[in-house]
Design a protein around this ligand. Sequence first.
Ligand code: SF4
Length: 464
Amino acid sequence: MGKIVLFAGVDPLATGESDYPWHPLSVLTVGTALRAAGHMPVIIDCQIEPDWRTKLAEEAKDALYVGVSCMTGPSIGNVLDAIGTVREHAPGVPVVWGGYHASLAYRGILRERWVDVVVLGPGEAAAVALAELAEREGGLTDPASLAAIPNLAYRDGRREISLRGAVADRILETPYGALADMSTVPPLDYTLIPVTAYYTDRVRDLSYLTSWGCPHPCGFCSEPKTSLRRWKGLPPKRVVDEVEALWKTYAPDQISLMDPNFSTNTQRVIGIVEEMERRGLCIQLRANMRAKDIVNLAGHIDLERLRKVGFSAIFVGCESGSDRMLKLMTKNATVQHTIDGCRMLSAARIVQLTSWIHDLPQETDEDSDLTFGLVRDLAQLPYNEQKHHFFTPFPATDMYEALFGASEDDGRSQRDWARSDTYSGSAIWSGRPDFRRRVLGRLLELREQHPGVLVRSLPRLMEV
Ligand code: SF4
């Protein structure tokens, strides 16, 4: 069984998304599946390995293939850099790109010929099948062999007319496999990474996943396109078994549940709380929940019980204070859900880490006034924190397609996507500079009035 090198390009420290590094769950899930199948995955993470280029150049030389992964935005630059390193030092080794960005922008990636194969959506089974293929055939070049593996996109050596009318490499996709049965998914193998190297002097945070996908249709979000609005979660007992083991093994200060939407199944959340109560556990946990789910959850369980077992902070994607905008972005929730959800968390002494998007397409000054009225009100709640972003369209999302047409097959380069960020603006979508300047002015006022509430750097205007 051979070696597969997995490069993690996501760097939340560089983008301002976080002030501590995140464990690279996207490559850890793939590495776990590869090791369970008998292969030898080697994970290289640019967040914690300053000399990652040297290590990658060396490790790639005898690899079956190199897998790379990132989000849309600046982390693409890390991945392009990694691909260049592999091409220079291990030119015969195939390169495979997976993760959120590649799953949506695969046509552009393949037509720019950055990599040999793209893995679409959940990549564990495809990664194992690619390792077996590379071992058997000495490469990943045979279209007939690739066609038998689900969740792939690749060039088949032929040409076609692209949606823009240009002659281009033909791209084929294989059927999109279902999310795995959770009872068959092995626990994440944290021995593949130096877990404590991600701890900082300020916080020892451990990232962990309890579910995959999301059933909701938010038009700005990549998740509905990569999960096809399907969701699967680990059962409560297994979640608590694994959380307890991680807590004892790695002694973090907190565990961040990085699920796209931890609260999708109310009964599962209640089951996790009850299992922790039964074991007498209090483990500091952070998770994502929709405001509407919080309101629903509070109808079934006292949120104080969540805090008592350790739920200390909940990330709530609020986006806007205008119901008109929430409807336009198909959020399937209302401003009242945001108000009620935040108040309920506040009453239970749980931090609400709320997230907001400004300069949305079609957002008027009146919509923006509603948002600022709401964020000022919420800022007065105990335990309220806020992150503010400028709208950036992500590839192949509903809002991208509403702005630019039916497909990402539009000549966008990966260098353009690398300059596309909700903090610093977008080479794809500049937004309205005057609108953004007004937003920044109001955020500065908010920061003066409530210094502890804005927990990340303010979004910036795009530097042209
Ligand atoms: S924003 Fe959250 S709730 Fe909406 S689709 Fe994305 S992950 Fe799901």
